[in-house]
Design a protein around this ligand. Structure first.
Ligand SMILES: C[S@@+](CC[C@H](N)C(=O)[O-])C[C@H]1O[C@@H](n2cnc3c(N)ncnc32)[C@H](O)[C@@H]1O
Length: 228
């Protein structure tokens, strides 16, 4: 039986692989009904190891967090999204598959600095972020200069690999323009990843809820990887 939204919100409160931030003005984290903010100690305290920490921003139902966690048992995955009902899907699958290297954080991405030290982040995936097509909303794009500045400030000088997958061609072009304009090191850029003769690794073929939705409507999928 599938749960409705409210039932998922309730279930999240006792899932051992979900941390939730309920107040944006007094940011703190709860897990299993108790205050628990592993900032600076995600690897040792939550995962019980010192493996690299990969973050999926805008993780939605967490398909990438789960797929990366399955593919790389020696890496830790943390999916972040504000929508609890979506996170519930990924958290449930990770528990069913006994993926102890996958967990989820429900918060606004803008508050990540309250819960994660930049030094502990080793890689970031941004999967199908909302395109915010209106010019006045451009600051909400997770690839906007405002967010790139935020990630850089958080990382405090540490250079890591970023991955962006999107179906939205204007957003893809916007991302390339922003990255190029800032002089960031674009490592790989693939327009229409499933196009003929494109050689891509299996991990790029993981299809999220939104990817399937947009592909069903005939959209192509684009990918860019950069270091920053
Ligand atoms: C289009 S969905 C993509 C979800 C998933 N990655 C997928 O491909 O199915 C975008 C997601 O970004 C999340 N999101 C957008 N802005 C956010 C923010 N500032 N903080 C946290 N989550 C955000 C939304 O809640 C939503 O789940």
């Amino acid at each position: 039986m599938s749960l409705n939204k409210l039932q998922k919100f309730e279930a999240l409160k006792s899932m051992p692989n979900v941390y939730e931030n309920f107040s944006f003005t007094e940011p703190n984290l709860f897990r299993n009904q108790e205050e628990d903010n592993p900032k600076g100690f995600w690897k040792s305290k939550h995962f019980g190891n010192e493996y690299p920490l990969i973050i999926e921003l805008a993780c939605g139902k967490g398909e990438y967090s789960v797929a990366l966690g399955e593919k790389y048992p020696d890496k830790n995955l943390l999916g972040i999204d504000i929508k609890g009902n979506r996170i519930h899907n990924g958290a449930k699958i990770a528990l069913e598959k006994k993926l102890s290297n996958v967990c989820f954080l429900r918060t606004r991405i803008e508050l990540m600095h309250e819960f994660i030290l930049g030094e502990e982040i080793d890689e970031i995936w941004i999967t199908f972020p909302d395109p915010f097509p209106s010019f006045s909303d451009r600051g909400n794009r997770l690839i906007s200069p405002k967010f790139l500045d935020y990630y850089q400030k958080l990382l405090n000088g540490k250079k890591i690999t970023f991955h962006l997958k999107t179906d939205n061609f204007p957003l893809f072009r916007y991302a390339l323009g922003v990255l190029d304009g800032r002089g960031e090191k674009i490592v790989r850029c693939i327009e229409n990843i499933y196009g003929q003769h494109k050689k891509i690794e299996d991990i790029l073929r993981v299809q999220t809820y939104y990817e399937k939705l947009h592909m069903g409507q005939g959209s192509q999928i684009h990918y860019v990887q950069w270091e920053m």
